[in-house]
Structures are given as C-alpha cells and as structure tokens.
Design a protein around this ligand. Sequence first.
Ligand SMILES: [Zn+2]
Ligand SMILES: [Zn+2]
Length: 175
Amino acid sequence: MPFWTIVAAQDTTPTESANPFQAVLDFFKSPTWHFVTLMFYFFLAVLWISCAYWVFKDARRRIDDKIVLAVAVLTGIVFGPVGLVVYAIVRPPETLGERLEHELEVAVMEARIGDEARCSFCKTPVREDYLVCPTCGRRLRTPCPSCRRPVDPQWRVCPYCEADVHVASPAFDRA
Ligand SMILES: [Zn+2]
Ligand SMILES: [Zn+2]
C-alpha cells in the first residue's frame, strides 16, 4: 500500500467524527427528544393537577373557614407538588368529622365526671367518700355495716369487704 493512501485514510477517519457530541446534539433535535419533552410536560401537568386536587379534597374535609380553605387550595394550584408538601405539614391534624367526634367524647367524659363529683340533688360538688351532701344534707352513701367505708346505695355488695350492703342497710332513704 503506498504511503499517501494510508495518510488519506488517516485523514478521513477523524473528519467523519469531528464532533463527538454531534450524535448527542442530533438526538436533542430528533422527534424522539421532542416527544420525550412533551411527555415530561404532560406528566408534570398531570402531577400538578393531581396535587392541587388532593389539597382541595383534603382541605375541604379539615378546614371549615372559607378563607383558610381558599388559601390552602390556591397554594396547591400555584405551587403544585411543593404546595402539597407545605400543606401536608401545616394542615390541621384531624378532619372536621374527627374533631366533632373528639369534642363529643370530651363532652361526654366531662358530663360523666361532673355527675359523679356532684350531689345528685342540689349539684354541690362532693367527694367520693362523702356520706351526706354538706349543703343539703341528703344521704349520698351509706357506711358499710362491716367495714364502715362509704358505699353507693346502688351497690349490692361492698367492694372493699364483700359484705352484702343492699340488704344490710334497710334504713337508707331510697327516695
Ligand atoms: Zn346536696
Ligand atoms: Zn365493707
């Protein structure tokens, strides 16, 4: 093989791939890349709308104040996934239904405690071990005939000594 042929061959080889990034640049101009970009924006839009919708749905169940609700929904729409994260951090911990349930539970518990701690006749606050109401003098509990501890008139048996108190206290005023 003559020398010039080798030189020519060596010359032509580098010019063919003069720019090694040409293939990459071509890819970015190709319809495939265009399609990938479109899909990316499409999924971003879907993600954005889903986030905004989730914030709207969740906020409606947790917030009854119209203005706060509007701010939460706007945060979801404007900031999308970021808004969702922010909303998830600052949102009320319980839904309106859960809050109502919780308030009812507390009210029932308070009412029960209030009943137990008050004279059933004049509503004076009384202690568990009072035998009579200090205000109206009505009998609240009777002393157990066996151990003398205060027992409720509703009880059949003394919880302290197991004595039968219902029969043993016929003098109790059952009014
Ligand atoms: Zn009383
Ligand atoms: Zn007893």
